[in-house]
Design a protein around this ligand. Structure first.
Ligand code: 9Z3
Length: 324
């Protein structure tokens, strides 16, 4: 019995994965998260009259942290602004998908791209009668952000779940995947979060702040078990899965992406190089390498628009094939 999800798992997770979850600190409000997921998935998979159930995509976004102390003062972080995940979420919703947005607290949010960095302070002002008004240059951007965001939330098509640590990320991802299992091929995983490769197991972690007076820090990090295998094999085996490969050395990028595709049996791996990630990505599938570029003739274009269009097309073909 898997107590986190209240379901019986037929095949036990492999020992490494099981020990990661067993030794992780308990997830705060786990029951509340599972309830929200259940309601969101039920709502979106109940077709409106004569309609078909909505496809559901889990978009992960932002980097995970690895705490070094249980009462955490210091941590190791993985780079990701959350721009890819937030922008992709907007395009998925536009394409008719319901999105579970699993994001790192404090990173970019959907529908906020055209707002200034500190929207609350920069967009609003107090008028003489003490009401709050939007300042003129930002009126249109705020109107668009608020109405698109409210429409997605009120329409029941966007569920946002935050994480900070690698423990929270993987615990919530597991809950999401197990909740999406019954959607079969209608479920998609778009794993754009930058996930730590190494971590300090909770039980061997110092409780209190590590003291600098004790000299140089000697700490052993262990490898984070490869959860993509569990996702594919056990948590949601019928889902359409897209993972990302990030490298800074373009010479090894495609080779690493192909390895990931085969090893974790992904449907697509999106290969990107850190410095050009906003301009182009290469989508690696079983028999193709497709270069996807931003439309450079348009100042405000992005690479996510053609990328999501490609993914939606491939996912549609996958759903059709699975129905046969
Ligand atoms: C990515 O490669 C994302 O595209 C970026 C997006 C993090 C580069 P931003 O958030 O950047 O828009 O600033 N995500 C996956 C990175 C990652 O950790 N991949 C692992 C790997 O490369 C596999 S899960 O080994």
């Amino acid at each position: 019995m898997d107590s986190r999800n209240g379901s019986v798992s037929e095949t036990p997770l492999d020992a490494e994965i099981e020990s990661f979850f067993d030794s992780a600190p308990p997830l705060k409000d786990s029951a509340g998260i599972i309830k929200k997921l259940k309601e969101f998935i039920e709502y979106n998979s109940t077709p409106p009259r004569k309609g078909s159930p909505r496809r559901v995509v889990c978009v992960t976004s932002g980097g995970t942290t690895v705490p070094l102390e249980q009462r955490c003062v210091r941590y190791i972080d993985n780079f990701s602004s959350g721009h890819r995940g937030a922008t992709s979420t907007e395009y998925f919703i536009k394409a008719g998908y319901a999105v579970i947005f699993l994001y790192r607290r404090g990173t970019f949010q959907p529908y906020c791209q055209s707002l200034p960095e500190d929207p609350l302070l920069e967009c609003f002002e107090c008028s003489e009668d003490s009401t709050i008004q939007v300042r003129q240059p930002h009126t249109e951007a705020v109107k668009r952000a608020v109405s698109d965001h409210h429409a997605a939330i009120a329409g029941g098509h966007l569920l946002k779940l935050p994480f900070t640590t690698i423990f929270e990320y993987l615990q919530i991802l597991q809950s999401i995947a197990m909740s999406m299992k019954d959607l079969g091929s209608l479920a998609v995983f778009y794993l754009a979060a930058a996930v730590s490769d190494f971590y300090v197991p909770w039980k061997s972690m110092a409780e209190h702040k590590i003291q600098s007076a004790s000299g140089p820090l000697d700490m052993r990090l262990v490898q984070v078990p490869k959860m993509l295998s569990a996702l594919k094999k056990e948590w949601a085996p019928m889902a359409f899965c897209i993972s990302f490969k990030l490298e800074t050395d373009s010479k090894i990028l495609l080779e690493k992406a192909e390895m990931a595709l085969k090893k974790y049996r992904m449907h697509m791996v999106v290969a990107n190089e850190l410095s050009t990630r906003k301009e182009e990505v290469t989508v690696v599938t079983g028999n193709e390498k497709i270069l996807v570029c931003r439309d450079k003739t348009q100042a405000d274009s992005d690479v996510e628009e053609p990328l999501i269009e490609l993914i939606v097309g491939r996912h549609s073909a996958y759903v059709k094939d699975s129905d046969l």
